[in-house]
Design a protein around this ligand. Structure first.
Ligand code: RTP
Ligand code: MG
Length: 147
């Protein structure tokens, strides 16, 4: 079904601060189902590829450095109207402008270190999910063997 998936990362600031559990709780309580997920760390090069749409922006270097500075949790999430509803749940890019009750309002430190990523379109949700996961990583496709 079109429009029922988005992609997110718990960014290095929130992971390092130990907020992953609380953030996942907010995500699940908002009605999203996690269909793929992993803890990983990007190289600066891969962070640059992920955010290459921003490569001409003045903050690009800082963004790549930050996004590769520590572990992240990457997840594919499922819900009706996932992209838009998730952007609402995370709040404005700048936490100073984020609404009460949003993830960024609660956990983001600054405009640059803002706790979570959320896809901005259905097309990018698919591209970004495929950046981190294959179909074999998704629930319901395969069960992990005992050893
Ligand atoms: P994201 O892609 O991570 O979900 O964030 P977003 O859509 O809310 O914001 P976007 O415009 O896509 O920017 C990507 C990330 O770059 C950092 N940023 N820094 N220093 C700055 O002026 C600046 N502006 C953006 C933020 O970490 C932002 O989330
Ligand atoms: Mg964005």
């Amino acid at each position: 079904m079109a429009g029922n998936r988005t992609f997110t990362m718990i960014k290095p600031d929130a992971f390092e601060a130990g907020h992953s559990g609380d953030i996942i709780k907010m995500i699940e309580e908002a009605g999203f189902r996690i269909v793929a997920g992993k803890v990983t760390q990007l190289s600066a090069e891969l962070a640059g590829k992920f955010y290459e749409v921003h490569q001409e922006r003045p903050f690009y270097g800082e963004l790549c450095e930050f996004m590769s500075s520590g572990p992240i949790i990457a997840m594919i999430l499922e819900k009706d109207n996932a992209v838009e509803d998730f952007r609402t749940l995370i709040g404005a890019t700048n936490p100073a402008e984020a609404a009460e009750g949003t993830i960024r309002k609660r956990f983001a430190k600054s405009l640059g270190e803002n706790a979570v990523h959320g896809s901005d379109s259905d097309e990018n949700a698919t591209i970004e999910g495929n950046f981190f996961f294959t179909q074999f990583d998704e629930v319901g496709i395969r069960k992990v063997a005992a050893n």
